[in-house]
Each structure stands twice: as structure tokens, then as C-alpha cells.
Design a protein around this ligand. Structure first.
Ligand SMILES: [Fe+2]
Length: 198
């Protein structure tokens, strides 16, 4: 049974999957930042892009610490989440709704990564790879913080603004009490798609 894979092999597979997922996200996050209308949301995506670059370096240190070649393996899971996000960005939503959707997509990615890094930390600890576990835990903490930041942006205004826009559209006779500039403004993402089609 010399060829039977071990937890070590599964661990390397998961590391390669995470490495590829982070690389895919370094391409997706700038698009999400560009599509965001809220400056705070844009900033959150830009900050997480920088963190993601650091996470890639951390994974490289994990591979090196295990004397393994730095290598990625296509991550279908994050590719699916990114694809869904791309489809949403092509929708003609008002700006606040698009921001709410960008948060929803971003949080799907964060939760996927939290699950992956949670497993990686647990497996690293179980196999006695303390240094790897510490590095992976740092990344897990960053993913959790990024997720919490997106929740707070949604709950501190973006969802409410989108909901107000929705109720204003439902009942155009009702005066709008809050100046929702987003009501008539097309989202940046939809405008970019329209411009590209011209
Ligand atoms: Fe990440």
C-alpha cells in the first residue's frame, strides 16, 4: 500500500488549492473595487487585495518550510464563486444594490477561504507543523476580519440605501426622505459593461 495517500498529501493538495484561489482573487478583487460605488467598499476591496498578496507570500513560506515546491492547483470552488460574481456585475442594478451584491459575492469568497484555512490550520497542528499552522492562522484571522468588515459596511448603510432605492421605485408617489443619489445613478459596473458594448 505504498501508494496510498496520507493526510500529508491531502494537506499539500489543499495548500495548492488555496494558493491558486488566492491568485485568482488577486485578479477578481481589482474588478470588484472598480465596480464599487461606495468609497468605503472600494477601499475594503483594495485593502484585502494587499492582504491577499501577503497571503500568497505566506503560503510560499509554508511550502518552503515543508521543503515542497511552490505550486498551485486550479481551485474550481473559488472559480465558481468568481464567475457568479462576474454575472452579477453584468446586471443593470442601481449603485447601492450593486454594492450590496458585491458584498454578498465578497463574503461568499471569504467564507470559502475561512473554511479552507480552518481545515489547513487544524491539519497542520494535527501533524505537528507548528510554524505552518501559525502562518495559516494569521491568514485565517485576516479572512475573518475581511468578512466582518464587509458585514459592517452592509449593515451600516449600504443595505439600507439599497432597500430605500427599492421602496422608492415601488412607490414613485412617495417622497424620498433621504437623498438617495444612487436611485437614478446606474452602478459603475453596469456603466462599464454598457461602455464596453458600445
Ligand atoms: Fe485570501
Amino acid at each position: 500500500m505504498a501508494d496510498t495517500g496520507t493526510l500529508h498529501d491531502a494537506f499539500l493538495d489543499e495548500l495548492r488549492d488555496a494558493y491558486d484561489a488566492e491568485k485568482q482573487l488577486t485578479k477578481a478583487l481589482p474588478r470588484m473595487a472598480k465596480a464599487a460605488s461606495s468609497p468605503d467598499l472600494r477601499k475594503a476591496f483594495e485593502v484585502h487585495l494587499e492582504e491577499t498578496r501577503g497571503q500568497i507570500e505566506r503560503l510560499e513560506r509554508v511550502f518552503e518550510g515543508l521543503d515542497e515546491k511552490v505550486r498551485g492547483k486550479h481551485c474550481d470552488g473559488i472559480a465558481g464563486i468568481i464567475d457568479e460574481g462576474k454575472s452579477v456585475m453584468e446586471e443593470d442594478f442601481d449603485a447601492a444594490t450593486m454594492d450590496a451584491c458585491l458584498i454578498a459575492g465578497g463574503q461568499r469568497a471569504e467564507h470559502y477561504e475561512m473554511a479552507a484555512y480552518g481545515t489547513l490550520v487544524a491539519w497542520a497542528r494535527a501533524m505537528g507543523h507548528a510554524d505552518a499552522a501559525d502562518l495559516l492562522q494569521e491568514t485565517l484571522d485576516e479572512e475573518k476580519a475581511a468578512d466582518a468588515k464587509l458585514s459592517s459596511l452592509a449593515e451600516d448603510g449600504i443595505n439600507q440605501e439599497a432597500a430605500q432605492t427599492a421602496s422608492a421605485e415601488e412607490d414613485p408617489e412617495e417622497p424620498i426622505t433621504t437623498p438617495v443619489s444612487a436611485r437614478t445613478k446606474t452602478s459603475r459596473a453596469a456603466a462599464a459593461v454598457k461602455a464596453a458594448r458600445r
